[in-house]
Design a protein around this ligand. Structure first.
Ligand SMILES: [Fe+2]
Length: 165
């Protein structure tokens, strides 16, 4: 049960009735970012082809960025008094990002498959920005940062795909 002391120390929201809803949105975003980081590692291991080395290294950069963003998102949730579930079971139950096939995958296919998934996650978070902003502008700012990073990644993936077509 939330104590008076806890309530006093929680940041006030623009709409205090939305505290749990904001926490759940952050949890969904956290799980999508963890999912992306796991898929990124899977592709890091399965990529083959002439561009495999550069894609392999690039994927580790992206995985590092998704992990950092996941941490920021989870910590925003706990700052608001909501503890999100970022464990494997919760992430797999959410099943929001389509899994990738478990076999060797050509470098350009890896880039394409990843670009599609990053775009999907970015679009879904973008759709949540306006309602989140109505409840809490600071959380909206955190999610804007996530979308900005994902959209930049989409661009970087696109530039590498352009060489292949
Ligand atoms: Fe590695």
């Amino acid at each position: 049960m939330e104590t008076v002391a806890n309530a006093v120390h929680l940041p006030p929201l623009d709409n205090p009735h939305e505290r749990e809803a904001v926490g759940i949105e952050l949890e969904v975003t956290l799980q999508e970012l963890i999912d992306l980081s796991l898929i990124g590692k899977q592709l890091h291991w399965s990529v083959v082809g002439p561009g495999a080395r550069s894609v392999h290294l690039f994927l580790d950069e992206l995985v590092g960025q998704w992990r950092e963003l996941a941490d920021v998102v989870a910590e925003r949730a706990v700052t608001l008094g909501f503890v999100p579930d970022g464990q494997a079971g919760a992430v797999s139950k959410g099943y929001r990002v389509e899994p990738v096939p478990v076999h060797s995958t050509a470098d350009h296919v890896v880039l394409w498959e990843l670009a599609r998934r990053v775009a999907g996650v970015a679009e879904r978070i973008r759709e949540r920005l306006v309602p989140i902003g109505a409840a809490d502008l600071v959380t909206q700012d955190v999610l804007v940062d996530v979308v900005r990073t994902l959209e930049k990644q989409q661009w970087l993936l696109r530039t590498q795909l352009a060489e292949k077509v």
